[in-house]
Design a protein around this ligand. Structure first.
Ligand SMILES: C[C@@H](N)C(=O)N[C@H](C)C(=O)O
Ligand SMILES: [Zn+2]
Length: 288
């Protein structure tokens, strides 16, 4: 265990070469750049200056709140790279315990409004962010462009802030999520090779996610996904606002370029980027 945990060190992450350093959105920069650090003047546990790396204390979200739906896209072929991403051997949502418990409180509030949370991504290992960087270095590989970044050049995805490396997700307290109705409609599976439809197309035309209408699909790298896009009106705007209200009340901060991306404000590891795989073996038992 200690060997694996030593992988969770503080370090700068790679940038795609032959391009300017990637834009790191406020939500992905070390929290010291975007939010107050803990009051303690001692080095944060697990940081390079701490004597001994400590376990991140990840839990499986389903152990903390089995009511929250999961659709972990990076463990599947239905994502913007079109294949499972490095570091996702199991389709699980791992989070730090404080973030998971905060999400359980948000779920209580969502259910009171007749909705449930559905998570697409939670803790994301450094190796996954590295995989995204490697993918970005292959300009000809655009098999999923038609659905996920139909109007933005692949070469711009990092610079425009749609993908981060390093990413706040590697600190274990950031989550990509949406709202679904309760009872929740069954979602038809994505079939590899099926015709891709732009994530910016109206609900009913784009991929039939069981999410409520948020105006775009998940991981839609497009200005229409900016949380306050003036092009998103009516029900979709109301749904984005409801998600933001619920999450903000629960202690999370939205990233303004992605309606689905939220960071837990009081994250316990504001400077540490972990590289444990997304697997049950990387988590503690929920009650422990
Ligand atoms: C890739 C997308 N789901 C996401 O999380 N983007 C932000 C910017 C990140 O990678 O941190
Ligand atoms: Zn995200």
């Amino acid at each position: 265990m200690i060997v694996a945990l030593a992988a969770g060190c503080t370090r700068p992450a790679p940038s795609p070469p032959a391009a300017p350093p990637p834009s790191v959105p406020p939500s992905s920069a070390p929290a010291s750049a975007s939010a107050p650090t803990p009051a303690s003047s001692a080095p944060p546990p697990g940081s390079a200056s701490a004597a001994t790396p400590r376990p991140p204390g990840f839990v499986v979200l389903a152990d903390v709140d089995p009511r929250i739906r999961t659709d972990i896209r990076y463990a599947t072929v239905h994502n913007f790279v079109g294949r499972p991403v490095a570091g996702y051997p199991e389709p699980l949502c791992l989070l730090t315990r404080p973030a998971a418990e905060a999400l359980r409180r948000v779920q209580d509030a969502a259910l009171a409004r007749g909705r449930s949370l559905k998570v697409y991504d939670c803790y994301r290992p450094r190796r996954a962010a590295d995989d995204f960087v490697s993918w970005a270095k292959q300009p000809g590989e655009q098999q999923m462009k038609a659905e996920f970044y139909p109007r933005v050049a692949k070469s711009e995805l990092f610079d425009e802030g749609y993908i981060g490396a390093p990413t706040a997700h590697s600190r274990g307290s950031t989550v990509d999520l949406t709202l679904v109705d309760v009872p929740t409609p069954t979602q038809s599976p994505y079939v590899p090779g099926q015709p891709l439809v732009s994530c910016t197309a109206p609900r009913g035309q784009r991929f039939a996610d069981n999410s409520v209408d948020m105006g775009t699909g998940f991981d839609c790298f497009d200005p229409l996904a900016h949380t306050d896009s003036p092009q998103v009106t009516g029900v979709a705007r109301d749904n984005r606002r409801l998600l933001r209200q619920l999450m903000t009340d629960g202690g999370f901060v939205n990233y303004d370029r992605e309606w689905w991306h939220y960071r837990y404000r009081d994250e316990p590891w504001p400077d540490t980027y972990f590289d444990l795989p997304v697997a049950r073996s990387s988590a503690e038992r929920a009650g422990g």
